[in-house]
Design a protein around this ligand. Structure first.
Ligand code: NAD
Ligand code: MN
Length: 489
């Protein structure tokens, strides 16, 4: 084996004919109000802000900004719906509504996928094959639990909590809404949900779907706005639980705000996951897993495999294979079915990523990037990796939330575990080896809520997801995800 071979001279251009999704049949309104008590209403403030397409900076729609009065109205309508309708309804009837929502999401899957890619910048392949199907799957899965809660928790009495406030990020807009709304409804709660300000449109499309499903008014309210709107939800005194997904910084400030109140909470926060590749691993399969874990979706994944630990004896060959694969990635129009790497979600996120890339260089790590043409409009970042990274480097410590991989090596299993765990986060990890015994050894020692073996970033509604340490607490998905919306007596 000749390890001196340079990576393929490849400019990232396969010369594939473009295969762009047609947007003729999708419906995006010019302006969206707030979805409160079953209707779209104008915001009390009269204020709207634009949601843009991050791949070309064009405006897609105007989104309402909810203020104190609006949030109060949303919470009141959720409370009334809880008291008068939803908490009284037979559980199997509740289930029927949730099934209906799931089926309508499936019917509109193509339109939702295209809008998700337009508004958020992710490749259509991701939104079509992952985001939207998983959103529907979560509604289907939790619809099935609605009338079986007594079986889910034998000898305990599951009771709904009341009104839940839910705040979600921009990286999986519709899927995160589904992860939050489906279990809340199945357990008999009513909802006030706020999507992220840069990706509100699919949540508002979901509001239309909820109308179509004839869900009783006020059971789900969708309010839009930025951080200050989120704070109004967090601090509203008639909300029983806050479910938050987002950054660790904001999560901590929310925890402080609700301290001393009777509000329950679950927190899905940041991550700095390590993929650990042993010398007996199927290397080509591992390369695919690493690429999927950090580059697809532009690294906008809380459980992204943003660190890579390679066993020293295969370091050189593995990095060469990885660089070759990076050079074959296609960056470009998110609506092109050939696209691997879409746009960065916002200008501010791109600035953050670039700050970290500069820091990585300054701190002495060695950079390698996909050599490709960057479109002249929109927000883009070429897939990037750093070698010569040491444990103290900022890029090995902090969450970047972009397509930037920090690579280190290890000799022994013990060293791999120590390095992987040497982070304040504990969301996810990946293990690549041929040996089952190694997998079991590591999965019991790695401090992470989710550990994948010989695969990465695989999700299923039946499987709980969530972290510990600074990655948060509480689980979404599976039985655990039901428990998070119930008081068990
Ligand atoms: P963010 O914390 O800035 O924003 C998340 C949501 O909170 C948005 O809707 C935002 O408007 C709202 N918000 C912001 N400040 C608020 C405040 N003070 N009070 C109430 N609400 C507020 O995060 P982001 O930049 O939108 O998303 C990226 C982060 O989310 C990353 O750190 C990522 O790891 C994390 N994330 C975690 C998971 C998970 O399941 N653990 C999933 C996706 C994203
Ligand atoms: Mn947008």
């Amino acid at each position: 084996m000749n390890l001196d071979i340079e990576p393929l001279e490849f400019n990232g251009n396969w010369n594939l004919s473009p295969s762009i999704e047609n947007t003729d049949h999708i419906q995006i309104n010019e302006k969206y109000g707030l979805f409160i008590n079953g209707k779209f209403i104008d915001p009390n403030s009269g204020k709207y802000f634009p949601s843009i397409n991050p791949s070309n900076e064009t405006k897609l729609a105007l989104i309402a900004e909810a203020n104190t009065k609006d949030i109060d109205l949303a919470v009141k309508s959720a409370r009334n719906a809880y008291n008068d309708v939803w908490s009284k309804m037979a559980p199997n009837e509740r289930g029927k509504y949730i099934f209906r929502i799931a089926r309508i999401i499936q019917e509109k899957a193509k339109e939702l996928a295209i809008i998700e890619s337009l508004d958020g910048g992710k490749p259509i392949r991701e939104s079509r094959d992952i985001d939207i199907p998983l959103a529907a799957a979560h509604f289907f899965y939790y619809a099935g639990w609605a009338d079986k809660l007594n079986f889910a928790f034998p000898n305990r009495k599951p009771k709904s909590m009341g009104v839940v406030g839910q705040i979600i990020p921009w990286n999986f807009p519709l899927m995160m809404a589904a992860w939050k709304i489906a279990p809340a409804l199945a357990t008999g709660n009513t909802v006030v949900l706020k999507p992220a300000e840069s990706t509100s449109i699919t949540a508002l499309k979901l509001a239309e779907i909820i109308q179509e499903a004839e869900l009783p008014n006020g059971v789900v309210n969708i309010v839009t706005g930025a951080a200050s709107t989120g704070e109004l939800i967090v601090n509203h005194n008639d909300i029983d639980k806050i479910a938050f997904t987002g950054s660790t910084t904001v999560g901590k400030s929310i925890m402080k705000s609700i301290l001393g109140s009777s509000k329950k909470s679950t927190m899905e926060l940041g991550g700095k996951a390590a993929n650990i590749v042993f010398d007996d691993a199927p290397l080509d399969q591992a390369v695919e897993g690493i690429v999927n874990g950090i580059y697809f979706n532009q690294g906008h994944v809380c459980c992204a495999g943003s660190r890579l630990l390679i066993q020293e004896s295969v370091n050189e060959i593995f990095i060469r294979k990885l660089k070759d694969r990076i050079q074959s990635l296609i960056l470009g129009d998110p609506l092109d079915k050939n696209t691997d790497i879409g746009a960065i979600n916002s200008k501010s996120q791109l600035d953050t990523i670039n700050k970290y890339i500069d820091l990585g260089k300054k701190e002495g790590a060695k950079i390698f990037q996909l050599n490709c043409q960057i479109p002249n409009k929109g927000f883009w970042c070429a897939p990037t990796l750093f070698t010569n990274v040491s444990q103290s480097h900022t890029i090995a410590q902090e969450e970047i939330f972009g397509p930037v991989l920090a690579i280190q090596t290890f000799r022994t299993t013990k060293e791999a575990i120590e390095k992987a765990n040497n982070t304040p986060y504990g969301l996810s990890a990946g293990v690549w080896t041929d040996k089952g015994s190694k997998i079991f050894n590591l999965t019991s020692k790695l401090q992470a809520g989710v550990i994948w073996a010989n695969t990465y970033n695989k999700f299923d509604p039946t499987s709980p997801f969530g972290g510990y340490k600074e990655s948060g607490y509480g689980r979404e998905g599976g039985l655990h995800g039901l428990e998070a919306y119930l008081n068990l007596e």
